[in-house]
Design a protein around this ligand. Structure first.
Ligand code: ADP
Ligand code: MG
Length: 466
């Protein structure tokens, strides 16, 4: 059989199976699958994770066989195999998306802000004028960081230097940092201000080192009065760049020039950060931004509506604020989706329609993931008992499973290092940190490990939402 025939066969098999199992299960377990080989009486079904392979083999084998009996009666055996997604795709007919309510798509927030920022970005400072203190809603979640920024505005370079702001994704770090930059700009046009994201900074520095222009670049930085570096966690494990950043930082700092950093985590938790940089970061003011509470979420929504000179019934605002709880960017995204749909379709906003339109945003409430859930998953995946994972043995495969469990507890379940230590018979938190760092580094080098991690995390997410 040629590739097209294999595709057709698997497509027909899937059509049969689809009738018998739930849509969610079907999409989850069959989306990355294909028949990649057929001999006289055997087909090989490939999928891209151990979990999917297990599920197909153990749960759906009978459906697959039944369908094959009908479609290709010569088949007696089905072999299941894990393959890379690229090799599967060659043989794959994509699963069609289920029927979703027709939603006019807003651009993804990232694209949105990018196209906007191109318009509003000041080439002299890299600042975007849409971020101001005026349109930043202050609540208990960000009042400390906000107050620190205002103090910096009044005491340039002298009060809190550096100012280090950290908090989760989409909680307003960039907004606050840029609002500060814009306010400086307003107060004194002569100030030399520069905003840069760390990913860009790293690329610039690497490029400059390669092209031997690093001295020129450094000179430019040293002329600044205010340097705003966003998402400094991207400096993790980049030794050479850290070195250069350290020099720029020191020169500015010694000249009482103001530096502000943001990060998605506190300095302590950035892996592979040189000690001297870490202690410099911690030497000024460290302020966090946490999740906005319900009242603040409502205030943010109302603020955005005012900006757009429009309004929505309180019931709908309340629905969004109740259901989108952990990210201001998503809050904005949900609001934009509603506004655009109501506008395009010229319909009166209703709560029923809002619920439909926001189905994509509002997932089912998450079940709590316990450390035990993770232990069991890792145990099932590597076929190693939970006791052994938790144990003390230094056998290589056991250490790996142990470190992976710790990593997932940290990165996905968001447990603190000491709390993870507790799970592992009161291990010291530095051991846990070391393990997490190790996996963090290994997964960059080891694509198999990376794939395994993804499979485990995907399964964990699947369990949480079903
Ligand atoms: P982060 O940098 O923390 O990932 P951003 O600063 O990019 O988050 O914020 C995401 C979006 O949410 C932006 O459009 C921002 O204007 C908006 N936003 C975040 N916090 C607030 C707030 N407190 N008031 C008003 N808008 C906010
Ligand atoms: Mg940001």
């Amino acid at each position: 059989m040629n590739t097209e025939e294999l595709k057709k066969l698997w497509k027909d098999v899937m059509s049969e199976i689809e009738l018998n199992i739930s849509r969610a299960n079907f999409v989850t377990w069959f989306k990355n699958s294909a028949i990649i080989e057929k001999t006289k009486d055997t087909v090989t079904v490939a999928t891209n994770s151990n979990f999917a392979k297990e599920w197909l083999e153990n749960r759906y084998n009978k459906y697959i066989k039944k369908a094959l009996e009908k479609l290709a009666p010569e088949i007696e055996n089905v072999i299941y195999k894990v393959e890379s997604i690229e090799s599967i795709q060659k043989f794959q007919t994509a699963i069609e998306e289920g029927k979703k309510p027709e939603v006019v798509k807003t651009k993804k927030p990232a694209e949105q802000s990018e196209s906007l920022s191109k318009i509003a970005q000041d080439p002299n400072t890299n600042l975007n004028s849409k971020y101001t203190f005026d349109n930043l809603v202050v609540g208990s979640h960000n009042e400390l960081a906000h107050a620190a920024a205002l103090a910096v505005l009044d005491n340039l370079g002298s009060k809190y230097n550096p100012l280090f702001i950290y908090g989760g994704v989409g909680l307003g770090k960039t907004h606050l940092m840029q609002a500060l930059g814009n306010a400086f700009r307003q107060s004194n046009k002569k100030l030399n201000i520069w905003y840069i994201n760390t990913e860009k900074l790293v690329n610039d520095i690497i490029g400059a080192i390669r092209e031997q222009t690093i001295d020129t670049v450094k000179k430019q930085y040293k002329k600044l009065d205010i340097l705003l570096i966003d998402d400094i966690q991207f400096l993790a494990n980049k030794e050479k760049t850290q070195e250069e950043v350290f020099h720029i930082f020191n020169t500015l700092y010694d000249a009482n020039k103001q530096i502000v950093f943001t990060s998605d985590r506190p300095p302590k938790a950035i892996p592979g950060l040189e000690e001297r940089l870490r202690s410099r970061f911690e030497g000024g003011m460290v302020a966090d931004i946490s999740l906005p509470n319900y009242e603040t979420r409502v205030a943010i929504l109302k603020n955005k509506l005012r900006e757009k000179k429009t309004n929505l019934p309180d019931e709908i605002i309340d629905y969004i604020a109740q259901n989108i709880t952990n990210n201001v960017r998503e809050l904005e995204g949900a609001l934009n989706t509603l506004l655009i749909n109501f506008e395009v379709k010229k319909i009166t906003p209703s709560i029923e329609l809002s619920k439909k339109l926001l189905e994509d945003f509002i997932k089912k409430p998450k079940k709590m993931v316990t450390p035990n859930d993770v232990l069991k998953l890792v145990s099932a995946f590597y076929d190693i008992s939970v006791d052994k994972i938790k144990g003390e043995s230094r056998r290589k495969d056991l250490v790996k499973a142990r470190q992976i469990t710790m990593y997932i507890l940290r990165e996905v379940v968001k447990l603190s290092y000491p709390a993870i230590g507790e799970v592992f018979n009161h291990k010291d938190h530095t051991t846990v940190m070391h393990s997490c760092k190790k996996i963090e580094e290994e997964k960059l080098k080891d694509s198999v490990l990376n794939q395994e991690l993804e499979s485990i995390i995907e399964k964990l997410n699947y369990d949480v939402f079903n």
